[in-house]
Structures are given as structure tokens and as C-alpha cells.
Write a protein that binds this ligand. Structure first.
Ligand SMILES: [Zn+2]
Length: 248
């Protein structure tokens, strides 16, 4: 194999590792952002629940005030009852008092209902606080982890980039350019082994004459189907690895 191609194979391996590290570096903050979004949603829900509780408290206060006012009205009516002389008026007033008492009872029932609703709301608020706290803890610990991991990956990336620079020195500028061009269009695999006349980038047969030329190892050839740069690989074992890393 041409020495330049050997460099290129190594460079491709390294570029794939760099791509993995770069993807991790992008993914980690996104994961953290997702956990933060959940936290914000929980906070929003909590706020809505707290507002609901507040509204129930207000309704309760208002209804209790109404009950007190009705109580007052009933008291006044009872006092007036003493002063009434006519039998008809007396009966009418009794009826009115009974009606007011009925209304008051109705309101009192409503106060009890509101108290129950408030209890339930307080309960769900407490549960929400629990969820919120758990999520806050999760975000805090995850954010520490991410910070550590990002630091590690950045250090790793710096070393890899240095190695990459070195490897690129072994390849001529035009071939590097071709490599980058194909790599971008072929999902990171620009150079591919050929075994028994088959390109392992696209699993198609290359031309017989190309295969003969390839085995001579004198010139740089590209697959007629996927345009990948080719090298001859006689040993199948090595190929398995290349296969699993796969190409489009
Ligand atoms: Zn091919």
C-alpha cells in the first residue's frame, strides 16, 4: 500500500474518534438542557397549583364573610319578629327567616367543600414540591457530572487534534482535500478497503482492471460507485472491524 494511504487510513480512524468525542460534547449540554426544561415545567405546574390554592382560600374567606352577613340578617329578622303584631306578617317573617337559614346552610356546606378542596390542593402541592426538589437535585448532580465530563472530553479532544495535525503531515494537500470532500459526503468514511474485488464502503464490485491496479499499489484509485478512496486489504479479519464501523 502507498505510505500516503496508510496515513490516510490512520487519519480516518482518528477522525472517527474525534467525531465521536465532538458529538458527546454536543450531546452532554443538550441532556442537561432537557433536565432543566423538565425542572421549569415542574416549577410552572407548582405555580399554577399555588395560585389555585390561593383562589380557594379567597373563595373560602368570601363565603365565610357571606355566612356571617347572613347570620347577621337572620338575627335582625328574629329581633323584628318580636315587634310584629299581625299574624300574617308574623308567618311571612318566619318564612323569610327559614329561607335565609336555608341559604346560610347552603353557604356553610360550600365552606366545608372549599376546605376539602384546599386540603387536597395542599396535598398535591406538597407532592409537587417533592418532585421539584428531586428534579433540582438531579439537575445539580447532572450538571456537575456534565462539567467534569466536558472537561475530560475537551482535554481528550485537544490531544486528538494534535495527533490529527501530525497525521495530516503524512498526506499531500490535494489528497487531503479529496479525503475531506468524500468524508463529508460519505458519512465520515472516505477511504475504504477492497477485498476480493469488493469495495467495503458500498459493497459493490470495482472494475477488474482497477482491482489489478489496486493490488500493484502504485496509484490512488477511487471506487466507481461510491467514489471512496480505495486500498487493497487481503486479510479478512482486519476487514470485520472496518465493516462494523461501517459506511453509508
Ligand atoms: Zn464503493
Amino acid at each position: 500500500m502507498l505510505p500516503e494511504l496508510k496515513w490516510l487510513v490512520d487519519l480516518q480512524e482518528l477522525d472517527k474518534i474525534i467525531r465521536g468525542v465532538t458529538q458527546d460534547l454536543e450531546r452532554l449540554p443538550e441532556e442537561l438542557q432537557a433536565a432543566n426544561t423538565v425542572l421549569e415545567e415542574l416549577q410552572g405546574e407548582r405555580e399554577a397549583q399555588a395560585q389555585e390554592l390561593e383562589s380557594l382560600q379567597k373563595q373560602r374567606a368570601e363565603t365565610e364573610k357571606e355566612v356571617a352577613e347572613m347570620e347577621e340578617g337572620i338575627k335582625t329578622s328574629r329581633q323584628r319578629l318580636m315587634e310584629i303584631k299581625s299574624n300574617i306578617e308574623y308567618k311571612a317573617m318566619l318564612k323569610e327567616i327559614a329561607f335565609k337559614e336555608d341559604q346560610r346552610d347552603h353557604k356553610e356546606t360550600r365552606v366545608l367543600e372549599l376546605l376539602e378542596l384546599m386540603e387536597a390542593q395542599k396535598q398535591s402541592l406538597a407532592e409537587q414540591d417533592q418532585r421539584l426538589q428531586e428534579q433540582q437535585e438531579l439537575v445539580a448532580s447532572r450538571s456537575k457530572e456534565v462539567e467534569t465530563q466536558v472537561g475530560k472530553l475537551q482535554a481528550e479532544l485537544a490531544i486528538l487534534e494534535k495527533q490529527r495535525k501530525e497525521l495530516r503531515k503524512g498526506v499531500s494537500a490535494p489528497l487531503l482535500k479529496r479525503y475531506e470532500f468524500i468524508r463529508q459526503r460519505r458519512n465520515g468514511t472516505a477511504i475504504s478497503p477492497v477485498h476480493e474485488g469488493v469495495c467495503f464502503g458500498c459493497h459493490m464490485n470495482i472494475l477488474p482492471q482497477q482491482f489489478i491496479d489496486l493490488q500493484k499499489g502504485e496509484e490512488i484509485l477511487q471506487c466507481p460507485h461510491c467514489q471512496r478512496i480505495l486500498y487493497w486489504q487481503d486479510e479478512v479479519e482486519v476487514l470485520e472491524g472496518d465493516l462494523s464501523r461501517g459506511a453509508s
